[in-house]
Write a protein that binds this ligand. Sequence first.
Ligand SMILES: Nc1ncnc2c1ncn2[C@@H]1O[C@H](COP(=O)(O)OP(=O)(O)OP(=O)(O)O)[C@@H](O)[C@H]1O
Length: 614
Amino acid sequence: MEQLGLGKHDREDPAPDHQASEVGREKRPKPEEEEDEPEYIPVAKRKEMRLQQIRGRASGAPIPLDEPAKEGGVQTLIDQHAVMMKQKEGKVEDVQAELAKEDDQILSELNDKARPLMSVAELAKGVRYTEPLKTSWRPPRWVMDLPEDAIRTVRNKFHIIVEGDNIPPPISRFKDFKLPAPILEVLKLKGIKQPTPIQMQGLSVALSGRDMIGVAFTGSGKTLVFVLPMVVQALEEERRLPIIQGEGPFGLILCPSTFDITKTFCDALAQQEQRQGQEDDEAHRILYPLGTGQVRCLLCMGGIQMRDQDDVLRRGPHIVVATPGRLIDMLKKRRFTLNFCKFVALDEADRMIDIRFEDEVRGIFDFFRHQRQTLLFSATMPKKVQEFAKESLVCPIVVNVGRAGAANLDVIQEVEYVKQEAKMMYLLNCLQKTAPPVLIFCENKSDVDDIHEYLLLKGVAAVGIHGSKDQSEREYAILEFKQGRKDVLVATDVASKGLDFPDIHHVINYDMPKEIENYVHRIGRTGRCGKTGVATTFINKTTPESVLLDLKYLLVEAKQTVPPVLRALPDETPGGGCPICGGLGHRAANCPKLLSQTLKSAPRREAEMNGTDY
Ligand SMILES: Nc1ncnc2c1ncn2[C@@H]1O[C@H](COP(=O)(O)OP(=O)(O)OP(=O)(O)O)[C@@H](O)[C@H]1O
């Protein structure tokens, strides 16, 4: 394998501090002159206090906002004592049950606040759809005739877990999904021969018209599970009654990175149509007297010139692939409507529908006029968030391949303790691990700039993206990296969201993200569809202990090497994982995601109450 071309003089080797045993616990002695001043409460401590308040609310105990936090995982000393006694008596299950109850309380409080995926009108009128939408698709007869045992064997073999009523069987060959020939050709051209487990089960569920929650690890092929049924159903609709100006879309995908693949399938169908037209295929015209058989696809995202897509807008798009913000903007301007939209797919759905339930996503559902088939996908959708999502769907089927939030097993995860000041130089060593392309993630924009500059100085072909770069800089960087002219892309999470980079060999986390879900999504940029990738994560004493615990248990679950610094952390796995973010190292009451949401929404709630802008 080709290595990055770094000169010998560049290979400084600041040894990472493997010896460090304490993570983030260093205390500065208090200078004497400060003694009479009011005690400074560090941000971490303040956050902890805030969490305790949330916990207090969840357990029903009214705690004033300025009351200091109580230590430990229970509310009062009496409770604490009771738990300790039970532990002493060996009633660990009781303690676990109590903690699980606490998780449930917090979650139900959150779910009460969240609004389901329905329009205001539907909610106001109490509209509840009870029957799934009908499609003409059926599994082949021989598949339908398979005994339950045979179906169960297939699911077991591929670790597919399903929940719901009347679940269609999994299908293990693309040709048995009765897909149009041009679609099968595209799959073949892309080297996609056999469906992955999520595709085997998910495609038959989605093609049958059923609402679905699909959870499978990053890179497992979820995209085709919503793109193929959407294209096929749009084609069928078009052939029955063509979409004309002012109509459409038929389907909506909230995930802009899937535009290219969706368009590839649409173009393949259009080309076949053209061929058939040229051959003056009489039989074809008799079969489909009305439809053109063309499926048009529109991309709506920031920075995209709608002028370039005028033709599609004028003729009516069948499928819109969008980011929520830009979509709302287009809907408000009435460039198109969702009056005919029957199909909606949300990728990374948990981020859109849980406590983070962004106003924009909720707003989109207000534009629907009819029942639609809803497909929700994610690599990280904890069980309890799935429960909430299910309430918004019609007789949904949940398809799980592996634990929600689990890391992709094709990624070799390496975690290294590197002192803050040594990180930049140590990057060069890390870049030697694999051939390019390499993706470096940072939490801060300034780090992106610093690393970018440093790598350029060291002769590494690197580009950088973050939220403060303008559109043309961003586009240039992405294109250079995608086309292989640059070896390294340095990015923040936000800037890289929704971008699809095939064949990344190595993901480097310059810092550990605050939420373990982000970590799972970041490292999931490599190791895609069966190929092995490497992920290196830098940690040090600035990394919060709670996320280190999540990381530790994630590594254990994925059978990866756990470095000594993580092994030294307390060994008390809290059971099935946090119901809010899926992290294995903490419970709901200590969830960093819950904390960041609470802190984020506090000013908004205050602004709403005061009637001021947020
Ligand atoms: N059945 C298949 N066989 C081989 N390759 C496939 C198959 N299905 C998809 N792929 C390829 O695998 C890669 C990952 O697929 P995809 O983007 O759908 O994963 P994903 O589960 O959506 O990941 P993420 O959660 O990160 O978005 C893509 O490059 C895709 O072309």
